[in-house]
Design a protein around this ligand. Structure first.
Ligand code: RUB
Length: 333
């Protein structure tokens, strides 16, 4: 994809997502919206609607190619870019991109707040909560529940190999929440003490399966065995419309050197390393998904898709069946 004429700040955001400097599905979605806004604001090409659309299409393609799993990324991009649909001229196209990017960011932040308030109500007083990875919505929920006297202790897994659990532990402790960091392998050991598991999501499929950081399904399995409730806290733009037509959620595999040091790998050339970044938790292992439009059983994921992502379902009807095969550049011609 040609990067000529694309503002450096936009490419920096794309690189930030790719290198995981910007990470977590919500932040990734908001960063993509911000990048499209900057792209519109700093556009320096001809003031021509078709040329501008093609340019925005190129930016959209670059953003979407950064990481494959979190559907918040294509959903955010689709949301912002679909504002071009009714634009009559270059000026209105430019301002509609800026407007819809702002709207996505505002609505996303307000969704996080609403979810935290709703999810906190589901936690009884003096509970012990376990969380995995770093989810902004989970941290916000747990903090809200702690403020209401509902949480007394949090187990936070370190989340190998990238150690996002350290971000969770730091944020919780900064919010005054008592936190105990545990290795991922200690989840079953502590589960007997835990009242709730609260986790985020990268993607929720139409059947209610939740794709989240690698290890989530093991946490959910241990919780199920111990009859501990599992709550997923996820904004509606983490629901994937394309799963409705049978698309599988692509799982990202990252570099082996995140798992073992490069030197060690060189000394042991026969050892292969597998580093899947996400896994799938089936709906039977989830008690509820808390979204900004309400608390649902995972099996009701379809209702969220109908209510919030109808525009994406329309695209699917028109034959755009997968985000990964979309070239926005073509779509906007
Ligand atoms: C992050 C991760 C988070 C979800 C939800 O993975 O799996 O649980 O993205 O996060 P990575 P949030 O670190 O690989 O991006 O609630 O912040 O959207």
């Amino acid at each position: 994809m040609s990067e000529a004429g694309i503002p450096p700040r936009v490419l920096e955001i794309a690189e930030g997502i790719r290198s995981m400097k910007i990470r977590g599905a919500g932040k990734i979605g908001r960063a993509a919206a911000e990048a499209l806004k900057i792209a519109a604001e700093e556009y320096a090409g001809p003031r021509d609607l078709q040329v501008f659309k093609k340019y925005i299409g190129r930016v959209a393609d670059i953003l979407i190619s950064t990481r494959p799993t979190a559907v918040s990324l294509p959903n955010a991009v689709m949301f912002v870019v679909s504002a071009l649909k009714n634009a009559q001229d270059y000026e209105s196209a430019r301002s509609s991109i800026i407007g819809s990017a702002n709207r996505f960011i505002e609505e996303s932040l307000s969704a996080v707040k609403k979810i935290s308030e709703m999810a906190a109500r589901r936690i009884k007083e003096n509970s012990i909560v376990l969380t995995h990875c770093h989810s902004s919505v989970a941290v916000s929920t747990i903090t809200e529940a702690y403020r209401q006297g509902r949480v007394v202790k949090v187990y936070s897994t370190e989340t190998r190999p990238f150690y996002q659990g350290r971000i969770t532990a730091t944020q919780l402790i900064n919010n005054g929440v008592p936190v105990v960091q545990i290795p991922d392998s200690a989840v079953r050991y502590v589960m007997g003490e835990v009242d709730y598991v609260v986790i985020g999501a990268d993607t929720v499929a139409s059947n209610g399966a939740v794709v989240n950081k690698i290890g989530t399904s093991q946490v959910a399995l241990a919780a199920k065995e111990a009859r501990v409730r599992v709550y997923v806290v996820a904004e509606s733009y983490k629901f994937s419309p394309v799963t409705l037509v049978g698309e599988l959620v692509p799982i990202e595999f990252r570099d082996p050197t995140e798992v073992v040091p490069e030197d060690w790998l060189k000394q042991h050339p026969g050892v292969k390393v597998l580093n899947p970044s996400f896994d799938v938790t089936p709906p039977e292992y989830i008690d509820a998904i808390v979204t900004e439009i309400g608390v649902i059983p995972p099996q009701a994921a379809i209702l969220v898709l109908m209510e919030r992502l109808g525009w994406a379902l329309e695209k699917i009807k028109q034959g755009v069946s997968t985000f990964t095969s979309i070239r926005f550049e073509d779509l906007l011609e």
